[in-house]
Design a protein. Structure first.
Length: 385
């Protein structure tokens, strides 16, 4: 059976979510493949020595900073990280070579940035001919050496015209760059039943016909949500706090002049999105794409705290007319009121986005596998007169 490895890590959560979503779509399409999820951290540090000596996994520091909103300075830290990765290139390649030799995949798909040079070179040097594919889980690349490495015999799956342009600018031809219609979303985002929004809102204690915002800051929430709830105390809100029980408790204690619902971790994010009219949150590619797929215009920000790889996401929102981008969550009220006034205009733009990427990627992988498995064609023989 054909074996496909999906490489992810837990920094930020979106890479693992994309890998799980893609694996689920492959199963639902009944592809004749064995799909394996490969955690890069476990391959590079199989005995967990980093956590043993530091007390945390390599991704934990990054994830804690995201949860607390401590993102100022990440652009400089990213350059330092990339320099460290390139200095440690040989040390990274060796355990990856051992891994590929032991597991022998037929296709490797990377859903992570920064490590694609080491991943590709380790695979090419141990299992020549096995295709290597990078699926960008950001709307665009953040060059150099983030998603798209130059001069590698590989394929790219891009969810925007901008990302396609970036890959082609580095010399990759059309046969190596595959456009899909957006970011990879979980299959359950495509299976949401029609809802009686009025009835479900009232069951939650909300008013049936009042414009409703959904506030979401990832799986661990963010204290920024407290300030947003305070500013918008007369607007109806659904606040999703993820695993952050302390944040949820603090939000429930805030006085409010309009109904609101505070939700801790739930697998029903699509349902709550369907009950809302607009989205407020960070410019992450996953949360923006989820909201837009459900039909919600978005409000987000771009400033010194915005992660560098997410800058283009705000450009995309503006270019497509999908919502409003502000300078700060600290002065949000007039922006929300403006979006509510123009809600139908933004809704019309959002409806034009038809993201089917999670269902499109398996077909691209099948074509790449078929190309790799096709027998080499002999060169044409000269014709003698």
């Amino acid at each position: 059976m054909t074996t496909i490895d999906l490489v992810y890590f837990n920094a930020g959560g979106g890479h693992r979510a994309a890998a799980l979503a893609l694996a689920a779509a492959i199963r639902e399409q009944s592809r004749p493949w064995q799909v394996r999820l490969v955690n890069l951290t476990e391959v590079l540090d199989p005995r967990g020595l980093f956590k043993k000596y530091t007390g945390m996994a390599p991704e934990d520091y990054y994830n804690k900073r995201l949860a607390r909103g401590w993102t100022l300075g990440l652009a400089q830290e990213l350059k330092l990280l990339q320099g460290t990765i390139r200095l440690a290139h040989s040390a990274l390649v060796r355990p990856l070579q051992r891994h590929w030799l032991a597991t022998e995949p037929d296709l490797v798909v990377s859903l992570i940035p920064n490590f694609n040079r080491a991943l590709y070179e380790s695979l090419a040097s141990t299992l020549p001919g096995v295709p290597y594919v990078t699926v960008l889980t950001d709307i665009a690349d953040h060059p150099p050496n983030f998603w798209i490495e130059p001069a590698q015999d590989q394929h790219f799956v891009c969810g925007s015209a901008r990302a396609v342009e970036q890959a082609q600018a580095l010399g990759y031809g059309r046969e190596r760059v595959h456009r899909v219609s957006g970011m990879i979303l979980r299959p359950d985002f495509y299976r949401q039943p029609p809802r009686d929004r009025a009835a479900e809102r009232m069951a939650l204690g909300l008013e049936a016909d009042r414009p409703t915002g959904l506030v979401l800051f990832g799986g661990h929430g963010a204290r920024t949500m407290l300030d947003i709830a305070h500013q918008l105390d007369d607007l109806q809100l659904i606040l999703l706090c993820g695993h952050n029980r302390a944040l949820a408790a603090a939000l429930r204690k805030l006085p409010a002049r309009a109904p609101r619902v505070v939700v801790e971790f739930t697998p029903e994010v699509p349902r709550y999105m369907q009950l809302a009219d607009y989205f407020i949150g960070k410019p992450g590619p996953g949360s923006l794409s989820e909201a837009i797929h459900i039909g919600l215009p978005v409000i987000t920000v771009r400033n010194a705290w915005t992660m560098p790889q997410e800058h283009y996401n705000t450009d995309w929102v503006r270019e497509q007319g999908l919502g409003l981008v502000h300078k700060s969550f600290g002065s949000l009220r007039p922006v929300v009121l403006q979006l509510v006034e123009r809600l139908e205009e933004f809704r019309a733009n959002v409806r034009r986005i038809d993201n089917r990427a999670v269902w499109e990627v398996p077909g691209i992988l099948a074509a790449i596998l078929a190309q790799a498995e096709a027998p080499a064609q002999p060169p044409p023989q000269p014709v003698c007169a």
